[in-house]
Design a protein around this ligand. Sequence first.
Ligand code: PMP
Length: 435
Amino acid sequence: HLADEWRVSRNTVVHAYADLEAEGLIFSRVGSGRYVQPLPPPSALPPLDWKDRLSGGANLCAPSLMTELHALVGTRSALNFAFGEGGPHTRLKAEFAKGIDPLHILETSEADYLFPVQGHLELRGWIAEWMGCEQVTSPAQVMITSGSQEALQMTTAILANPGDSIAVEMPTYFGALHLFQSLGLHLIPIPMDGEGMRVDVLEGILSRSRPRFIYTVPTFHNPTGTTLSEARRRQLLALSEKHGIPIVEDDAYRHLHFDQEPPPPLKALDRQGNVIYINTFSKVLFPGLRLGWVTANRPFMERLTRSKELSISTNTFVQHALWSYLQKGAFPAHLEEARRRYQRQAAVMDKHLSALVAKGVSYAKPSGGFYDWVSLPEQVSPKELLQEAIRQNVVFATGDLFLPRETEQPYIRLCYSYETEAGIEKGMRILASLL
Ligand code: PMP
C-alpha cells in the first residue's frame, strides 16, 4: 500500500480484488460473492510456443512502461501526470452523451452500415470546413479513422517498407516511435530547439540521404510542448518540395491553444499536395471515441482507401454519435471551456516548476497542448525519481520513452491535462519534496 502508514484501507482491499479479477484469478457472481477461478485440467500435450509463432513485427513490439503506469492509474488512482488525455473530472463526456440519441443512431447507422469506406459523409464535410484552409475543401479529401493512431499506422505502412529510413523529430511521440520500430524502420533523428524541429539539420541530412517521409508534430509537440515557427514551416515545405519527400503532419494538439492561435498547419501552406495531415478527436473530446482523420490529396487517398477496406470501416455508430453531437452546436463552447481549463491547469504546473528552477530544473512554458518537458538536475535519475514517486502514488513519463535508444536522458514529461488543479498541487508538492 502506498500511504505513509501501514493502515489497510477498504480501497486497498477493493483494488486487490480488482487486480485479481483483472488477472482472471478470481471471478464474481452477482448477489453471491467472489470465487477462486478453478484451474483448467492439465493437458498431456506441451503448450504452444507462441514466441516461435510470432511475426518479426510482433517480436519488435517492446512492452511499454506506459502500460504499467496505466495500471497504476486505473487500479490505485495514482495522481496522473503520465497520460495525455482529459481527466475524468471534465464534463465533456457527459455533454457529449447529452447531445446524442442512441436509439435513433442505432436505427440510422444500421440502415447506413455501408458508409463509404472513407467514413460519414457529412462528418467529413464538417471536418473539411473546420480545417479552414483552401487546400482542403471537399469531404473526398478526408478519411475518418479509428483514432489518429490508425491513420498513422496505415500511412506508415503505405509509405515505407521494413528497413527503410524515415526522418523523425527527437524526442517524439512514443506511440509513433513504437509503431515505427515495430515496422522495422530506421529512424533518422532530427534534433529540436525552442522553435521546434531543426530544419537546418534536416536540410543537411537530405543532401546525403532520402528518407521515405518526414514525421512531425509541429504544434504543441508531444513531448516537448514546442511549436514550429511559421518561417520554419515554410522552410520544411520547401525542403519537402525540393527533394520530393512527403511530410506526415500529426496535429493532435492544434486546437488546444491557450491565447494566441498557432501558425497555420503545414497542410494549409502545401502547394504540391506533399503533406498527409492527421488529426484526432481524442484531445478535444475524449480518446475513448477512437475517432481521428486523415486529409490528403487524391493519389494518396485512393491508396489509403484500399488499405482501410482491409478493416472494412471505422465504427459507424460512433461516427453517427459524433455527427449528432456536432449538429447540436455546443462543441465550440465546450472546446473553449476545455482550452481555459487546460490553461489553468498548466498555470498551476508552471507555478510549481518555476519554484524548482533554483534547484536546477529547467523547462519551457507551453502555450497550448498537454505537456511540460522538464530537464532534471544532473544528479537526479528520472527512473529513480519515478520509482520514488510511484511509492507516493504519483506517476509521470520518463524522457527515454520518447527516444529510440534505452539510454537514460535527464528529462521527464509532466502532463497537466488529466488532474484537477488540486490534484496538480498535491502531486507537484510530492515531486518537489522528492527532488
Ligand atoms: N499523435 C500524437 C502526437 C499523440 O500525442 C497521440 C495521443 N497521445 C496520438 C497521435 C494518438 O491519438 P489517438 O487517440 O487519436 O489515436
